[in-house]
Design a protein around this ligand. Structure first.
Ligand code: MG
Length: 225
């Protein structure tokens, strides 16, 4: 067995990038085309949720019962719209401050991987639009579980599949859901204030490390590795 390596599991939206609303717009378009309800995701809180969890809430809000094949059909339609929207306006999706340099700083000391509520193809579209998809060795995605709290154990197994023995595992994200899934998976929780949640909300869930943004928090993050 290989010697243990530190693994950083990066959230995407609000932590690495912003899509400028393209993710929500693509889901709305897909849902309206397939199920006839416009703006189905208006009022649905996206932060830290999985795409599968969001779809369930959209059906409930619309007063509809989700057909058995709702998720795969929405997935395919959503991915098509997301790719089209991101390609139509280069620069709509943008990396958050400090990136990709921060990934260069962590890479010599830890494995950069993903833990995200995005479906895998959506993650690839978003990260590909800002040129960093190739920087991550593996990931745990919405395809793997409807609940984010299930994703750290999946990420640990996936690390082993890639020949990596996970030592210290750090989850970094921008919402209380990210902190909660770190706790559920016995990982170190790092919260960053660049996304969906306020500093006060993040403080209240007592992450192991709370940073304002990646550039100012980099040294403290590196000290955890
Ligand atoms: Mg996020």
């Amino acid at each position: 067995m290989s010697s243990p390596e530190s693994v950083i599991l990066w959230d995407i939206d609000g932590t690495l990038l912003s899509t400028g609303g393209a993710g929500r717009e693509a889901l709305d378009l897909a849902f309206e085309e397939l199920f006839g309800v416009p703006q189905a995701f208006a009022g649905v809180s996206f932060g830290g949720r999985t795409d599968l969890g969001l779809v369930g809430e959209a059906f409930a809000r619309a007063g509809l019962t989700a057909p058995d094949d709702a998720a795969p059909r929405l997935h395919d339609r959503y991915i098509g719209h997301l790719r089209r929207l991101l390609a139509a306006r280069p620069g709509r999706a943008r990396l958050l401050p400090g990136l990709p340099d921060v990934l260069d700083q962590t890479a010599p000391r830890a494995v950069n991987a993903l833990l995200t509520g995005n479906w895998r193809e959506g993650a690839a579209a978003k990260l590909g639009a800002v040129g960093v998809w190739e920087r991550f060795r593996f990931g745990a995605f919405a395809d793997d579980a409807a609940e984010r709290d299930a994703l750290v154990p999946i990420a640990r197994r996936r690390a082993l599949d890639h020949g990596i023995t996970p030592g210290r595992v750090i989850v970094i994200g921008d919402t209380p859901h990210d902190v909660s899934c770190a706790r559920a998976g016995d990982a170190i929780a790092v919260a960053v204030c660049t996304g969906w949640s306020s500093r006060e909300e993040l403080e209240a869930c007592r992450p192991d490390l709370l940073i304002e943004d990646l550039p100012s928090g980099l040294d403290a993050l590196l000290a955890l590795l």
